[in-house]
Design a protein. Sequence first.
Length: 160
Amino acid sequence: MLTAKDEEGDKLKGFSVGVDDYVTKPFSFAEINARVQAVLNRSRQSPPDHKAKRYSSGELVIDTDSRRVTKGGKVIELTPTEYRLLATLRKMLGGLLSHEQLLNKVWGYEFGEDTGYVKRYIWYLRRKIEDDPRKPEHILTERGFGTPSKEIDMAVRFSG
């Protein structure tokens, strides 16, 4: 989304309706070009998934061949970014990923350390796939892990 509206509420509303990126004026054409190129690169970088093509946990089913997610037999509509985030978490089934790692894998390095994207999209996913988003069963957050020299504040795990 390219807009002059730069208030946080405007940005959150944009993300809530499914935009993948939000750029405010003034902007440079070089920045827009770089952001578009980054999205195109990420869409081309998905290597074939030779693991299970279908993952299920209870009523939740993720079919990687069709890029379709269902719960209780009903299709869950996900934005491309929501699907990339869910697919990334599923690939690391049971493994912890920091918000920074997820940001780099799903959005790309050009987003730097803005982990707000990750937090927002985890919430969007929980609202769509969890029975109770406040008590998640699939997308779990763990706080304070790692070694004392490299402690990570928060990480996410996909649990089946």
